[in-house]
Ligand binder design. Structure first.
Ligand SMILES: [Zn+2]
Length: 100
């Protein structure tokens, strides 16, 4: 187990952990319910943490997290149907063709 990062709240921690798990990086949320201790312990100790099951995944997990926090926004034209595609999509929503 290795600590990856601290999340600002439980919803974001759960979202990040789900996305990392789906990307093949087993991640668990620790201190999920410490927010109930707010006011009794230092504030940074009440935030949920993301922990990697396998410490070898640390660099990959950090890269994935940066991508999650800064989604790539693109603007491209589908080579098959000439539809304009906005956002982080790598496939045409109209015909399913891959981004060139
Ligand atoms: Zn298309």
């Amino acid at each position: 187990m290795k600590k990856l990062t601290t999340a600002p709240n439980l919803a974001i921690a759960t979202l990040w952990a789900d996305l990392l798990c789906h990307a093949g990086v087993p991640t668990t949320v620790q201190r999920a319910y410490n927010s109930s201790l707010a006011g009794q312990v230092p504030p940074d100790q009440t935030l949920p943490e993301l922990w990697l099951t396998d410490a070898d995944n640390f660099e990959r997990a950090e890269r994935l997290l940066v991508e999650l926090q800064h989604p790539v926004s693109r603007h491209w034209m589908c080579p098959a149907c000439r539809e304009m595609i906005d956002g982080p999509f790598e496939q045409c929503w109209n015909c399913g063709a891959a981004m060139p």
